[in-house]
Structures are given as C-alpha cells and as structure tokens.
Design a protein. Structure first.
Length: 161
C-alpha cells in the first residue's frame, strides 16, 4: 500500500468520524427538543382534561433524512374518544422558512413535526430562540401562528369531533 493511499484512508476515516459525532450531537439536541414539546403538550392536556379522557403513549419513530441518515426519535400518540392523533417528527432539517415573532427577517425552521391522523395534518415548525424553542403551527389554511395551549387544543379538537 502506498503512503499516499494510507494518508487518504486516514483522512477519510477522520472526516467520517467527525461527521458521525456531529450527527450524533444534532440528533441528541433534536430528541431533547421533541421531549420538551411532548411534555408541554401533555401538561396542557392534563390541565384541560382532569378526567383523563385522553391517553398518551410515547414510542420510538425511525426517521431517515439526508445529512443525518437513519435515526430514532420519540413520537407521541394521543388516544381518546375512539380516535388517534399522532405527533410525529418528520425531519430535523427542513426547507420551511417563517417570520418568527420578534425577528426582523424570516428564518429557516430547525425541525418539523406533524400532528396528524394520517388523513389530515397540522405542521409544527421549530425555531430556536434565546430561551429555548419556539414552535409555530401551520394549519395549511392561515398564516403560521405560535403554538400555545389554545392553538394546540383547537387542533386536537378538530380531530376528536
């Protein structure tokens, strides 16, 4: 084996290892963000559903996307009143851009999650802000709005009718 080929292999291996570590960091950060989102949603539901009509189930979901490959993240299933609604991560990287509140120009979202019953969907786009994550809801009819308890409950009610 020539020295040039040996150097090439070592450089490529080093580059690959660096990319793998970078991907791991991104997936861990994305997973943590999803866990915070699900916790917030469950808190909202518990505060408005003291009778426990809706049930939650977290499971793993496999995503494959360019730049990150295949990876597993949590997903949230909400069941009740004979219905199912999934809160399903679609991608960490997205081409969607929006104008988050208090920002002077549009930004690219740092994640996409669908709230769906597999027939209809609301799309959540994640933006990073100083104190954490800002999630914006796209109902595919109106301009994006900030996800809060009221907008989340409105979306859920549309599936549970």
């Amino acid at each position: 084996m020539s020295a040039t080929f040996t150097e090439f292999l070592r450089e490529q291996a080093e580059k690959r290892n660096s990319e793998v570590e970078s991907r791991k960091t991104i997936v861990i950060e994305w997973t943590d963000s999803l866990k915070r989102l699900y916790s917030m949603m469950q808190d909202w539901i518990r505060s408005s559903d003291p009778d426990g009509i809706l049930k939650f189930e977290e499971d793993e979901w496999e995503v494959e996307e360019e730049g990150l490959g295949k990876y597993k993240v949590p997903r949230l299933d909400i069941r009740g009143l004979g219905r199912w609604v999934g809160v399903v991560p679609k991608s960490r990287y997205t081409v969607a851009s929006a104008h988050p509140p208090q920002k002077s120009s549009p930004e690219r979202a740092t994640g996409r999650v669908d709230i769906t019953n597999e027939v209809r969907r609301f799309i959540l786009y994640r933006f990073r802000v100083e104190d954490g994550d800002l999630w914006m809801l796209d109902d595919q009819k109106n301009p994006l709005c900030v996800l809060d308890q009221a907008t989340f409950e409105t979306a859920l009610m549309s599936y549970l009718r």
